[in-house]
Write a protein that binds this ligand. Structure first.
Ligand code: ADP
Ligand code: ADP
Length: 213
């Protein structure tokens, strides 16, 4: 399963719920990149300035990262992709690594108006240890500013600051939105109204994965 949506559309939130529900791994390209940065690898050093400015990281790096991750044993029964592919080139790379069986995939295109995206991104808080995501008002932690899972102090991601968000939304429009047309022609494409409470969006997703809600 694949999620295509703007930054802030709720891909990470929904992908995590769906992966747990289906008992398969969630593969988040953003989380993997942030891990490579935290561990100081050469890939992390290359990705960090690009992510900091809100630009996409080169396709070949992402394709290699996802290829390696999806080859692991826990992905044998399927997986939920969050944040990948983000360009047509990446989608082609994914098709190649999966022997081209694109018609077997469910692609969720999650739509949310810009004003709500900005509200979500500015209020997003993140646990630098376990990468859990919260929102100051829509999805607050139990204790203010502290991760429910491991009690780490929550932070705002550098790229959720206003000046970087504008660039990320541009990258989405120019390079990721064309994926909607790409998958409409090739896969089982489901349009989801993401501008609703999280549980309502999730109930909708469950209907489309063919498991009783
Ligand atoms: P993405 O991975 O698409 O960038 P996230 O899942 O991280 O999006 O969600 C962005 C922010 O919006 C987070 O702070 C999250 O808690 C919040 N959020 C996610 N889904 C909803 C929703 N349906 N309604 C309100 N806020 C949401
Ligand atoms: P969001 O949840 O807001 O959509 P992510 O955590 O998925 O953000 O991504 C954060 C940043 O990581 C992106 O702005 C981009 O720089 C980089 N990134 C993540 N996934 C990809 C990808 N598939 N291709 C290129 N860059 C990516």
């Amino acid at each position: 399963m694949i999620f295509v949506g703007s930054p802030g559309a709720g891909k990470g939130t929904q992908a995590a719920k769906l992966a747990e529900y289906l008992g398969v791994p969630r593969i988040s390209s953003g989380d993997m990149l942030r891990e490579t940065i935290a561990s100081g690898t050469p890939l992390g050093k290359q990705a960090e300035p690009l992510m900091g400015r809100g630009n996409l990281v080169p396709d070949n790096l992402l394709i290699a990262l996802v290829r390696e991750r999806t080859a692991q044993e826990d992905c044998a029964q399927g997986f939920v992709l969050d944040g990948f592919p983000r360009t047509v080139r990446q989608a082609e790379g994914l098709a190649e690594m999966s022997d081209g069986e694109v018609s077997d995939w469910t692609v969720f295109s999650v739509q949310v108006p810009r004003e709500e995206l900005l509200r979500r991104l500015s209020g997003r808080r993140w646990c630098p240890r376990c990468q859990a995501t919260y929102h100051v008002s829509s999805n607050p932690p139990k204790q203010d500013g502290v991760c429910d899972v491991d009690e780490t102090t929550l932070v705002q991601r550098n790229d959720d600051k206003e000046e970087v968000v504008a660039r990320r939304l541009e990258e989405y429009e120019q390079r990721t939105a064309p994926l909607i047309g790409y998958y409409r022609e090739r896969a089982d494409m489901v349009e989801i109204d993401g501008n609703r409470p999280m549980e309502m969006v999730f109930a909708d997703l469950k209907k489309h994965v063919g498991v009783a809600a």
